[in-house]
Design a protein around this ligand. Structure first.
Ligand SMILES: *[C@@H]1O[C@H](CO)[C@@H](O)[C@H](O)[C@H]1NC(C)=O
Ligand SMILES: [Zn+2]
Ligand SMILES: [Zn+2]
Length: 427
């Protein structure tokens, strides 16, 4: 009897699992097919081209949010606006049950696009070189897919178009407004040009580095180039400090704990025969752990301030916390990661969902991951026919448009199936 009972239970469990996963692959296939239909695909391409031509920088995404609101209006989706100055948040669903959020960042970079093509950036020295035009497009695509299924949704999906990801912690300001207080999970995508189109990759736990900035000012009285003994020389002090900073990771950090210190600019002096008053340099420091972040921060200050005294100079180190809120390391929630991975497998097949390495890029998505279960996935956009393997944040970056329907379907499928899987946790 007992034996029979456990056999029955076992059978029951097996069939439930099987039907859930076949539901999932059915749903995934259906969404991906819809997003790849020529009409839908043309619409996605049009949306992305429009966004790509008019990139706007951090907290200036005015035309971008206007465009997003127009699209949501056309779909009949209600939204909150403004969110964190220039953001928009749409909402689809029953208004009861769980709330799941999908996030797209909207801002562009101060880069002059070098690729000549029909839909090249028309805003001088601004470019969507980090794929944020693609995330907005994918999320609008997901909005369309979700809206067509709104009566079947087992809860609510919030569509967050977030401003100011590039160094300005837009996510932090979104959270401060309380618009995500009722959200149980959040998901986002980022394109990766060294991963083939049709593949996605992520990992549970620590995924992206924390990131901070520093600005060093060495200020002295300056003097005649022929009389170095009458002044101190910041032009000489600066490179010695920079060399010393490059020993923090190699000599003072625990090798398996990845860290980076990069000095990205140095400026000072104007004439061959003048010892200048000021030299400035600045850069970024990163670590995969929060201990690593505080360690590097402390040592960058100590080493710079001490090193310049060798050359009779004084330095001020500014971490610019007000302007560039430091980003802690991004941690993917294990359960939500597993969920999104299962959805990815249903859409793209087992072999196209990869386990990624932790990366040293940073994302303000971390601020969500500190408040709620959050998962960020990389989505491949490399296609060698198009040569779309140039790095992000360069003037050469190209997006493979075939990533758009995949991203739209993946967003929608992750949200729908999350709500389907959690039907009993009503609150
Ligand atoms: C790469 O892009 C070309 C042109 O759009 C397309 O024909 C081809 O199928 C793509 N290859 C892959 C592997 O996606
Ligand atoms: Zn970026
Ligand atoms: Zn980005």
């Amino acid at each position: 009897m007992e034996w029979i009972q456990s056999l029955c239970l076992c059978f029951l469990m097996l069939s439930t699992t099987a039907s859930l996963s076949s539901d999932l692959s059915g749903l995934g296939r259906e969404l991906l097919e819809s997003a790849r239909e020529p009409e839908f695909m043309n619409w996605l391409k049009g949306v992305r081209r429009r966004l790509h031509q008019y990139p706007e920088l951090t907290f200036e995404e005015v035309k971008t949010n206007e465009f997003i609101r127009t699209q949501l209006d056309l779909m009949g989706i209600t939204y909150t606006w403004p969110v964190a100055k220039t953001g928009v948040m749409g909402s689809i669903g029953s208004g009861s049950g769980l709330v799941f959020a999908l996030r797209a960042d909207m801002d562009a970079l101060p880069i002059l696009e070098s690729i000549e093509w029909e839909y090249k950036s028309k805003n001088q020295e601004k470019m969507h070189a980090c794929g944020h035009d693609a995330y907005v497009t994918m999320l609008l695509g997901a909005a369309k897919l979700l809206q067509s299924k709104k009566d079947e949704l087992k809860g609510t999906v919030k569509l967050l178009f977030q401003p100011a990801e590039e160094g300005h912690a837009g996510a932090y300001y979104v959270l401060q407004e309380g618009v995500l207080d009722d959200v149980q999970g959040i998901f986002a995508l980022h394109v990766l040009p060294y991963l083939h189109t049709g593949t996605i990759a992520s990992r549970p736990g620590p995924f992206l580095a924390g990131s901070g900035r520093f600005l060093v000012t060495i200020q002295e009285k300056g003097g005649h180039a022929a009389a170095p003994h009458l002044t101190a020389d910041p032009i000489l002090a600066a490179p010695f400090s920079i060399l010393a900073l490059q020993q923090l990771v190699s000599r003072e950090s625990d090798p398996p704990e990845a860290g980076v210190v990069t000095v990205g600019f140095i400026e000072g002096g104007q004439a061959e025969n003048v010892i200048p008053k000021i030299v400035k340099f600045g850069g970024t420091f990163r670590s995969i752990t929060s201990e690593g972040m505080s360690f590097l921060r402390q040592r960058i200050k100590e080493v710079t301030e001490t090193q310049v005294t060798v050359h009779r100079c004084a330095a001020k180190v500014d971490f610019m916390d007000e302007k560039f809120r430091p980003y802690p390391a991004t941690i993917n929630d294990e359960t939500l990661y597993e969920h999104a991975k299962r959805v990815g497998v249903a859409l793209l097949g087992e072999s196209n969902v990869k386990l990624d390495k932790p990366g040293m890029a940073a994302e303000d998505f971390v601020f969500y991951s500190q408040k709620m279960p959050a998962a960020l996935f990389n989505i491949g956009s490399k296609n060698m026919t198009l040569k779309s393997d140039e790095p992000l944040h360069t003037q050469w970056f190209i997006l493979d448009k075939d990533v758009l329907p995949i991203g739209a379907a993946l967003h929608a499928a992750v949200a729908i199936s999350y709500l389907n899987d959690h039907p009993f946790h009503l609150h």
